[in-house]
Design a protein around this ligand. Structure first.
Ligand code: FES
Length: 341
């Protein structure tokens, strides 16, 4: 845990901080304003995503409203883990997940029920992003990560190359992320990625979306056999997914917001639709998606070349940028003796 920072333990709803070396504090991670879970520890404050309240890592007191009461302190025990005698792995500062997300995000959006237009009062805010790891980081044996969970709760990001690979394979989650109506950030590279949206789309989406839906359907059927009812929230998302797959195959456009389907879908989530009616709807959507695949305006394959050209240009531009990694890379080269030739 960084000195001056902290970690949020979501399951325990506790945030642990280290204001000074070796000094640990713990507080409730529930914001005292309207009970959201805090999402980030940054610049010596614990931040709430809902209305911007911030609390000091030293004593949980309010650094910024609207909250007026401090985060209650929690008691924790700190256990010292004996040293193994080995040096900790040397990770370049630029390779750290929080640095990659903070300094190199090219695109960030909100996904999940908020993007689908299905949010209710208790919905989380799921954030997704794409970062471009500086090219110089690929020149070492230790490569940058392909994806990063966090640093905030409900946040997930992919390195650009991994993201492109998955999108070219028509991964439903990735394609949805690329079409989110709630874009929070896009720099010039991110905007170019967005302009390539249609290059990723192909009739492959029939296989991937429907395969994913089949898997979900089997799980729901197993729930019905075991408990007499499915998890209705998952059932709602299955209908949403099949509807967007059918419409994508019919029109060539991926629409994320469910629009006027919101109320009928929320009725499914509330368990107001009988299982037989739900099954019939699911089967009809599968059939319609199948039919649409035969007449789809989508190409058979995505435009892999165009995407690769974009990726190469992004990598090259990053390599040419004078950045903080240049020195490190030169240092590495010299350490290895190459620089002395
Ligand atoms: S709930 Fe945290 S600021 Fe409102």
């Amino acid at each position: 845990m960084p000195v001056g920072g902290g970690r949020i333990l979501r399951d325990e709803k506790i945030v642990v901080t280290q204001p000074e070396v070796g000094e640990f504090k713990a507080f409730s991670a529930i914001c005292t304003h309207q009970h959201c879970l805090v999402s980030e520890v940054k610049d010596r404050t614990i931040d709430c995503p809902c209305h911007g309240s911030r609390f000091r890592i030293t004593d949980g007191s309010v650094a910024h409203g609207p909250a007026t009461r401090p985060l209650p302190e929690e008691r924790i025990a700190v256990e010292e883990i004996p040293s193994t005698g080995r040096d900790p792995p040397r990770t370049l500062p630029g390779m750290r997940p929080e640095t990659l997300v903070r300094d190199h995000t090219i695109y960030a959006c909100v996904m999940g029920s908020r993007a689908f237009g299905l949010a209710t009062e208790d919905s989380d805010t799921d954030r997704r992003g794409v970062f471009l790891a500086p090219t110089a980081l690929f020149w070492r044996f230790e490569k940058p990560p392909t994806h990063i969970e966090g640093p905030a709760a409900e946040q997930f990001g992919w390195e650009l190359e991994r993201f492109c690979e998955l999108a070219l394979r028509a991964n439903p989650n990735i394609l949805e992320c690329l079409h989110s109506p709630l874009v929070e950030y896009a720099d010039a590279t991110g905007r170019e990625l967005l302009s390539l949206r249609e290059a990723f789309l192909s009739r492959r989406v029939h296989g991937t979306f429907v395969r994913y839906a089949h898997g979900q359907r089997r799980k729901l059927e197993a729930d019905v056999r075991a408990h007499g009812a499915p998890r209705w929230k998952h059932a709602m998302h299955l209908l949403r997914l099949l509807t967007s797959a059918r419409d994508l195959l019919r029109t060539g456009t991926l629409t994320i917001d469910v629009g006027e389907d919101r109320e009928p879908l929320l009725a499914v989530k509330r368990g107001e639709v009988p299982w037989s009616g739900f099954e019939a709807r699911m089967t009809r959507l599968e059939r319609e998606a199948e039919e649409a695949a035969h007449h789809s305006p989508l190409p058979a394959e995505p435009d892999r070349r165009r995407v690769e050209d974009f990726l190469i240009r992004a990598r090259r531009a990053s390599a040419l940028e004078a950045g903080p990694y240049d020195e490190v890379v030169q240092g590495v080269v010299r350490d290895g003796g190459v620089g002395q030739a």
